[in-house]
Design a protein around this ligand. Structure first.
Ligand code: BTN
Length: 244
């Protein structure tokens, strides 16, 4: 990954650029920007992307069925969490894509895919990591639930070496993803996730589901056991812990 890098000072969204060029790019090409003016989060939300963070999109061509594309969100979350843990911080993953430290979000992942019939042509893995910015650069409405690596470590991070470590780890996980049963990655992901076993409330565009998070399916859907003891699988949604 990262043999080809498209670097920008400022863009609307690295994911939007990556999607525009993905068809003619090789697997592993990256789009990186110092600042995003229209950074996008999941479910149509905004992603605040000032100077000091890592805003990056990775173009992948795994040739998998579209329904498996969300597995790559778990792969990327695992890679980010591993790299942060190697720095000595206790990072955990909140389903489906938030990497957190002490309950505060340090990274978000937006996976977008284009498919022909059922096979993906490409997957764009958009990863945003709060690295060196000051918390005051994050708007107040997001600040309480967010943190940065600098705030957690108490020191400035060398972004280039962090990015190298991250790309190396992501490549390792991606190789495992392509060569091994997905259950291996899922087990590693489950070991770092703090979602399973919690009472959760998940909001999807159509409804709200409450219950206990009891597992994740091989496609990355969260399994919730509801009060009436029935189980439900949710492929995408916003998850809130009832007691944190
Ligand atoms: C989320 O937690 O809602 C996902 C946030 C994803 C942010 C990254 S930053 C790089 C890439 N470009 C975007 O516009 N979004 C993703």
């Amino acid at each position: 990954l990262g043999k080809k890098i498209h670097y920008f000072e400022e863009v609307t969204s690295t994911n939007s650029i990556a999607k525009e060029i993905a068809a003619s790019e090789e697997e592993g090409a990256l789009v990186i920007a110092e600042v995003q003016k229209g950074g996008r989060g999941r479910m149509g939300r905004e992603w605040v992307s000032p100077h000091g963070g890592i805003w990056i999109s990775v173009i992948l061509k795994p040739g998998i069925p579209l329904r498996h594309a969300s597995r790559l969100t778990l792969v990327a979350g695992l890679a980010v969490a591993n790299v942060i843990r190697n720095m000595g911080l206790d990072s955990r993953i909140k389903w489906p894509n938030d990497v957190r430290i002490n309950g505060k979000k340090v990274c978000g992942i937006l996976t977008e895919a284009k498919a022909e019939v059922d096979r993906v042509d490409y997957v764009v893995l958009g990863i945003g990591i709060n690295v060196n910015m000051d918390l005051k650069d994050i708007p107040e409405s997001f600040r309480a639930g967010s943190t940065t690596l600098k705030a957690e470590l108490g020191t400035h991070i060398k972004r280039v070496s962090f990015l190298q470590d991250f790309l190396f780890e992501l490549e390792q996980q991606y190789i495992l993803f392509k060569t091994q049963p997905f259950s291996h990655i899922l087990n590693d992901w489950l070991a770092l996730s703090d979602t399973i076993g919690r009472e959760v409330k998940v909001t999807t565009p159509s409804r709200i589901i409450e219950g206990k998070a009891v597992g994740v399916t091989p496609d990355g859907a969260l399994v919730i056991r509801k009060a009436d003891d029935t189980k439900e699988e949710i492929i995408a949604g916003r998850c809130i812990y009832a007691r944190s």
